[in-house]
Design a protein around this ligand. Sequence first.
Ligand code: TRP
Ligand code: ZN
Length: 882
Amino acid sequence: MSQTASKKFPNTIYLRDYKEPLYWIDHVNLDFELQAEKTFVKSQLHFRKNENLPSEDQEQSTLILDGEDLILRGLALDGAPLREDRYQVTADHLHVFDLPESGVLEIETEVNPSANTRLEGLYRSSGIFCTQCEAEGFRRITYYLDRPDVMATYRVRMTATQEDCPVLLSNGNLLEEGSNPDGTHWAEWEDPHPKPCYLFALVAGKLEHLEADYTTASGRAVKLRIYVEPGNVERCSYAMDALKRSMRWDEERFGLNYDLDCFNIVAVGDFNMGAMENKGLNIFNSKYILADADTATDADFGFIEAIVAHEYFHNWSGNRVTCRDWFQLSLKEGLTVFRDQEFSADMRSEAVKRIQDVKMLRARQFPEDAGPLAHPIRPESYIEINNFYTATVYEKGAEIIRMLKTLLGWEGFRKGADLYFERHDGQAVTCEDWIRAMEEANGADLSHFRLWYSQSGTPVLMASWTQNPEAGSFEITLSQHTRATPGQTEKRSLQMPVRFGLLNASGQDVLTGQEQDFLILDKASKTFRFENISEAVVPSINRGFSVPVKLEAHHSEADLAFLMAYDSDAFNRWEASQSYLTRVLLKLVEQRKSDVTRDDIPADLIEAFRVNMQDRAIDPAFKALLLTLPALSYVADQMIVADYECLSMVRKGVKDCLAGVLETEWQALYRSAALEESFDPASGHQAGSRALRAVALGYLSGLADGRKLAADLYGDAGNMTDRMAALTAVIDEDCPERQQMLDRFEQRFSDNLLVMDKWLALQAMSQHPAVLDQVEELQQHPAFSWTNPNRVRSLIGAFAMNNPRYFHDLSGRGYRILADAVLKLNDINPQVAARILAPLGTWRRVDTERQGLMKQELERILERENLSRDVYEVASKALGRD
Ligand code: TRP
Ligand code: ZN
């Protein structure tokens, strides 16, 4: 029976209730007989009483194992079958009574992988058996203590037909394999490293692989393999290259080596998230493995590099040292995101990577922190843990790690990390253990810094300054404030390392030769004074986005134009352009300007644009970012009531105006960024040039000539990046070129669903007036499917998250489309249903009429019978009920 069916109001789990288990499990033998509809799982659990617990607990002798959607077929203790009065099966547990201090429990269960559309536990994707156990999927395979502090060694045997499953994989090293006379064959794998069950994995199916050899710095020879569906091996080479570079990087930057004889990656088409770090057997969403010039964009290659690295880095930050409980999730995720960000920065442009990461933090995490689901990076309670794989835990978590690096310097940070990995190897630990290692390795006091782990909400950092030229002094006052968030009304001041500089009129940094380039704000307000500043200076504040805050600095427009051109900190140079443009947009929204003309845009802003456009010394990838208008959602977040309709009109007006005023320059830029060489996914310079060309085309597309240019680019495109640039340029326009390109794209790629995802998403994000009809019609398109999370995210997710103008259409249709999708997915895949639901939780940001429409849809969702825990938690919290 499904446990979600019976409970209307599911339980909340609290961090403060954490207790060690009554029994440990040290070793597990698993034996799978794999069949599509009926898979039999035999498990032998070597258990032992936990001697750490207080004696009153130790008197108990009932082992309570987790289990969901399982059929129990057999149960024995130390070789003898258990009588019925020795155990009890409930909807989500198996209770075994009167256990000895230690022994071996044998359990046989039956599961149905083909019926598993939730994609948690053991399921089939295009005929391939695969597993997803994080966070709590192992309990859908067999009864177990499904919690990360129970760590065991595993030996796994599996049997399947040679015909359907020539490849049989699990964690660790292959021990033995053989075949049976009945057409089946078997393999036995052993993982010598103790691990929690969320890192267990099994894969069986018809797969081909790409292989490479790697030797670690410590001399271990490792076989690397990437397994994919037949026909896809040619599209794995970039992922393999990224894997090798990740392994080398972790040795060089963190001194961490790989620890098994083989490392396997499997790509599957149906997957709830990006990828999973199972020990020695990473399983990936095929979107983050398969790529070639013809089917993947430069952005896709960047994601592949980052995610391959992320999962590989988990081998230490997550697997060798794991989490005690799920409240500690950021311990492994924040740290591993930080590590993959540093890796990507080392591979390409550091500044460009930082800007991309901050854009993503602002687009995903800031709204979360300002909404009904706001939580600290270490949450204190949850109903469904799958709902806490959030931008806060991941991305804000990485920002907290980054601040430690700023505070301690790279060397101090490395000393702390070394101590952490050495001290806790093989353990399941807490965020507190991480901080303590940082403190002890550096003799530092991080007691105030710890508040970042428990306080939610995005702080506002305010800056004001005065300069006294006669006295030669400069004073800056930094203040902070964090608004109340649900369940957390009292906010304290945080410790913030604010990177800072002063620029003179020729753009030189005047504060050189100081010990550190940051100011520490550790109370509500603090004034910093600098002497011997005789020339006029402009402050550059929070360089590199060193603290994850909303900065309110009262730079004049002239200051912003200056910083846009001269800041030596590339991040703040970009930031200045965004701030200036945001101010202009907000002012025009206030005036409700429907026809933006040249006079509406300050001359120095246009001039700064022109200078940046023509400056050949600027890295093209960075230039592309400098010349891009701030995202609609970013600007809307600065309004008291978000008015997406007016804002999108004004933004389009500004874009078309900048296009017209600078048309010659855009044309020149477009032509000069053309490339002669053949496509190289590893070349940052090439990717930058393509990005710059796409930006230029984006501006020009509002003009009639530009549409022709886009059509030409589409026709000539030898790679997916250019093809997508051409399509993106016209997707908002009501012009014949748009449909022609969409049709050509569909004809060419209809048999490649990963590519069709781009086609779906582009249309879902379009500003074309018929977009609502199209999102509904596309749900019937053969390329779409409700059971595949990538398809759902491309059509429904992209629409609700990235098309605020039409999601918030006053007709309420956008809200209805999303709620209908959530209800449908509730029964198919609750994890995905809960995830795409989030945009309905932003109702407090819009006008009262829209608020009513949004709340009505949330109510409709909550009225549904058999609502999953996942959807229930997000919908009820969105209405402010939980
Ligand atoms: N631990 C994975 C990562 O960040 C993410 C993850 C958690 C996941 N739960 C999942 C992936 C469920 C797929 C499905 O690398
Ligand atoms: Zn991760």
